[in-house]
Design a binder for this molecule. Sequence first.
Ligand SMILES: Cc1ncc(COP(=O)(O)O)c(C=O)c1O
Length: 362
Amino acid sequence: MNIRSIARPEIVAMKPYVSARNSAASDGILLNANEAPYPLVEDAQWQRLSLNRYPSQQPAQLKARLAGLYAVAESNLLLTRGSDEGIDLLTRVFCRPGRDAIVECSPCFGMYRIAATIQGAQVIDVRRLAGNGLRIDFSKLERVINDQSAIRLVFLTSPNNPTGDLIERVELERVLKACQDKALVVLDEAYIEFSGAESAIGLLGQYPQLVVLRTLSKAWAAAGVRCGTVIADAEVINLLQRVIAPYPLAATVVDAALRATSGDTISRQQRLLEMVREGKRDLLEFLTTRDWVTELWGGEANFVLMRLAAAGELVNWCADHGIRIRDFSSQPMLEGCVRLTIGNPDEMTELKSALQAYGERA
Ligand SMILES: Cc1ncc(COP(=O)(O)O)c(C=O)c1O
């Protein structure tokens, strides 16, 4: 597949900006970036991270760490300011304003649509199946991809936010085949670690049109760090690198991402995943026995989605008890739906007691 042929021609033709850090080694006497020669803050952390200097665009140690973690070559990986930036870069590189389109299968993560709208790309929504647990309508999706030549990006999410369902390998391959030579399939695996399902990264060699998004924000418990990874064919990575900012990751972010993914955190992460699974099992058991819950999606991520008669009222009730839950009731197909993230055991106890009181209110 010729990736360049589906990218915006002006991005392919553009001579990318070359920063001081990109164009020369970062050792020796650094007089090439108009930086200050010493930091004004004298604490050890500031000095250790050389915060008077610009960081590398793609810091080698973090790149190597995440390539190891995701079992891919470094040439297949781009570090970004969260997956949000990966979504934005893909849209900017592959969608011509006013001409090209993305596909989403709503209800899904809201940023695909936002990135496309900002870019001036059309959004084609292949709505999920109402009566089937809100699963993707893969036959319709395949038809739309075959019929619409403007499509450049097809966003899929596994597990999906907010419904939590996984995409089966056979369905993913069906979409990948439909997109051959036409478009990229962006598979957002933000929540995959919670599911125990195998990542689709292994399919990259077979399908250069596949892009996988991973993040440290969820199962790596580092949402505040803002570090995501785009995993794709080296040609896609090269194109994204033309557009990404010269210094997208602050030195403090790189340091925190390295700490979050160090060997020391692995066993804590396993405990976190187990705690989330247990908290979710327990919450689902509780919700199943509430007669005011009319529909429940357990899903495979760290949240549950449920439907009830008066979603707004429950959201306000929880807020009055100091608990924030997410109201999805204004979104198509999600009338009366709220999403609850699994918190720590104390938070889950508080949540259940607020929900118990809600059920017993006069
Ligand atoms: C499906 C999905 N993708 C991506 C993101 C954003 O991830 P990040 O924090 O890495 O920008 C979210 C955040 O909630 C999400 O639900």
